[in-house]
Design a protein around this ligand. Structure first.
Ligand SMILES: C[S@@+](CC[C@H](N)C(=O)[O-])C[C@H]1O[C@@H](n2cnc3c(N)ncnc32)[C@H](O)[C@@H]1O
Length: 247
């Protein structure tokens, strides 16, 4: 295992991530994020999807409510896929340059999320910069949600993915191999992400000025929703969701 995943330069990684069927995320992860952010309520009229990738989550936000969605990413290939596969009149796909959301004014967004972004960032100072920039664009009272694979369930084989090696512990920031299933039983997509303990999420959000932090680790309540006979998702929480509010 050498470097982190190259979302920017490797077209096939972006395309194969797009092909990944994110069923556990759809069942348990994104609905919890949407609830935590109040998506669908009248107060949430603009949503930021930071690190939108191929636009799967942004499209679901647009389907779930009438809000305008700003979907931003650093990867030109991801944005190309998103614009081609998931165009929507209420989604504004934007390129992030130099880590700044220059196209968004201070206090202009009602809710923000970063799904699978922190684990793709290998430098702690960059996590702090991302959280600070998102804090800048949120209006007071708005919430920010971070969803990642759960650092306390590494090595567990979930229905569609495994993050880290079975039985192995990881240090803060350490690289971790991830396997994402591909359609029709094709070779899994192998990615390299970074291990951040839950305290890192709490520290990064607190340092950016977020308050009222809430940690959620949803479990699957209906095992028949997944194809496995005994899905690990009923016992081990696959996701960690940390949310906080701008004061
Ligand atoms: C695993 S994909 C997740 C995409 C989407 N959020 C989802 O859940 O389907 C991670 C995305 O984070 C983006 N990313 C990585 N580092 C980033 C950064 N520093 N700022 C913004 N986006 C970043 C990558 O380009 C990639 O599109």
């Amino acid at each position: 295992m050498t470097t982190s995943t190259h979302w920017h330069s490797t077209a096939s990684v972006a395309d194969r991530f797009d092909a990944y069927d994110d069923l556990p995320e759809r069942l348990m992860g994104y609905p919890a994020v949407f609830r935590a952010l109040g998506i669908g309520t009248p107060d949430v009229r603009t949503v930021l999807d930071y690190g939108c990738g191929p636009g799967k989550v942004a499209a679901r936000i647009a389907d779930a409510c009438l809000a305008g969605v700003v979907a931003a990413d650093v990867s030109p290939r991801m944005l190309e896929i998103a614009r081609a596969h998931r165009p929507h009149p209420r989604i504004d796909y934007r390129q992030i340059d130099s880590g700044k959301l220059t196209f968004l004014a201070d206090d202009s967004i009602d809710a923000a999320m970063s799904c699978y972004v922190f684990i793709n960032v290998g430098e702690l100072p960059l996590l702090h910069e991302i959280a600070a920039e998102i804090h800048r664009v949120l209006r007071p009272g708005a919430r920010y949600a971070v969803l990642d694979t759960n650092p306390d369930t590494t090595g567990i084989r979930f229905s569609t993915f495994r993050s880290g090696e079975p039985g192995r512990g990881y240090a803060c920031g350490e690289r971790r191999r991830v396997l994402l299933d591909q359609p029709d039983g094709g070779e899994p997509l192998e990615l390299v992400d970074h291990h951040w303990p839950r305290q890192t999420y709490l520290d990064v959000l607190t340092d950016a000025g977020f308050v009222d932090l809430i940690v959620e680790e949803p479990l699957l309540t209906d095992p028949s929703a997944l194809p496995d006979t005994a899905p690990a998702e009923t016992i081990h929480p696959p996701f960690l969701i940390v949310t906080g509010a701008k004061q």
